[in-house]
Design a protein. Structure first.
Length: 428
């Protein structure tokens, strides 16, 4: 099984560095995982992803279960050989996607509110929304035995209990896997949120028991015999399971869930749920931190903006995943802290004013894009809708994130994360 050890804790704040060891290599934390939704980080080959300095990725269980199907992936020896990626992979449980098909649709909310927005919405907007809900057809039904959802691909119905989530993730062969949880909407009241949290705890125990009683070694051996398996396994066998903290915006529920997951026989701690706002996210992390086992890695799901990463790292979070850097790249936004005309480290490179700019995005960046191409060329590619544009922007954005995480690791080791945050965000 995977292992984790803390290598240093910042003497001024809660931030820490560490190493997660897996069968496919080490993850130096704090770390950011790009999302390879359907066994691909969009626009890039695995070698290109690795060249950015990325140590691990997250793949969505829900999407792989529906297409091409976990049984097919297992025949190839698991995700690593199927997609040609020889570094660590984390799979989520499918719980958030199921939520998105249920109350996420009905309430129009997601990881950050609103569901399809980018920024976080204040509480007064949520209050207004709760009074003026447009009821939409849900594609998911939640029951004690497990959720049943309707495929967004062909409309077929699927029963997806906790045990099946584990079976699918084991077939996918990820290094780090996640127990099935119910992600609640910030529009749910206290009573429903508590009931959902308690149901999540029961589901997580079912996941844990199922994993412990499953023949992991046989599955790993069968996968290793596949003629498609390009990368040998190490002696670290079997996936490492994360429990997930839920409880919505309620302090007592978050603390109760943190204690449950931290005290349980889980390898790691996941922090889930729709976080509502940046302020609420910070509050939740502050609430739960005293109740977390310091020997377990902590993963914050679906968070990837620079200010959020700094805030969460300062609260002791070890790993993150988010679609934002790759999605922004495909939209024509590159990440940089070079002082161009931009906001929140995002430069809209599609604007005509950049057509004559002969500089790289960042002269200090060692990525393939910055070493070979100018801003003007990238602007031309996007305005011409050339496919190379998506690739080059995504390469840079992932390299930017990897470089940022490396800077954070170094700063923590030198007990100066607070100062680094000030350099990046202009405040301490």
């Amino acid at each position: 099984m995977a292992s984790f050890r803390v290598t240093h804790t910042d003497k001024k704040i809660k931030a820490r560095t560490g190493i997660i060891k897996t069968a496919h290599g080490d993850i130096h934390t704090p770390a950011f995982f790009p999302v390879g939704t359907q066994a691909t980080v969009k626009a890039l080959s695995p070698d290109e992803v690795a060249a950015t300095g990325t140590e691990g990725i997250l793949v969505n269980t829900y999407h792989m279960y529906l297409r091409p199907g976990h049984a097919i992936v297992e025949k190839f020896g698991g995700l690593h050989s199927f997609m040609g990626w020889d570094r660590p992979i984390m799979t989520d449980s499918g719980g958030f996607q199921v939520f998105s098909l249920g109350f996420g649709i009905e309430h129009e909310v997601g990881k950050i509110v609103p569901l399809y927005g980018e920024d976080l919405v204040a509480g007064d907007v949520l209050e207004s929304s709760s009074k003026n809900l447009i009821v939409r057809t849900k594609l998911c039904k939640i029951e004690e035995k497990g959720p049943t959802f309707v495929s967004h691909i062909d409309g077929s119905a699927h029963f997806f209990p906790p045990e099946k989530s584990i079976d699918v993730q084991m077939a996918l062969g990820a290094d780090l896997i996640v127990a099935l949880d119910e992600c609640t909407s910030p529009l749910h009241d206290y009573d429903y949120t508590r009931a959902a949290m308690e149901r999540t705890h029961r589901w997580e125990l079912r996941c844990l028991r199922h994993l412990q009683t499953s023949d992991v070694r046989r599955r790993m051996s069968d996968a290793k015999s596949s003629r498609f398996l390009r990368y040998p396994k190490s002696d670290i066998r079997g996936p490492a399971l994360y429990g997930v903290i839920q409880g919505g915006p309620f302090q007592d529920l978050r603390i109760a869930s943190a204690k449950f997951v931290s005290d349980g026989d889980f390898f790691g701690v996941g922090i889930g749920g729709a976080l509502v706002s940046k302020k609420k996210m910070a509050e939740i992390l502050d609430w739960i931190h005293p109740h977390l086992d310091p020997t377990k890695p902590r993963h914050l799901f679906g968070i990837g903006t620079i200010d959020d990463i700094f805030a969460a790292v300062a609260q002791g979070v070890d790993t993150f995943d988010c679609v934002t850097p790759t999605r922004l790249g495909r939209m024509g936004y590159v990440l940089t802290n070079v002082k161009y005309q931009m906001s929140n480290f995002k430069l809209n490179i599609t604007k005509s004013i950049f057509l004559t700019n002969q500089n790289p995005i960042d002269p200090t960046c060692n990525c393939y894009t910055c070493q070979h191409f100018s801003i003007g060329y990238l602007c031309h590619l996007f305005r011409s809708r050339e496919l190379l544009a998506y690739r080059l922007a995504t390469i840079h954005n992932l390299a930017f994130m990897a470089k940022l995480m490396k800077e954070i690791q170094v700063a923590i080791g030198e007990n100066r994360l607070r100062e680094l945050k000030g350099e990046w965000l202009g405040k301490k």
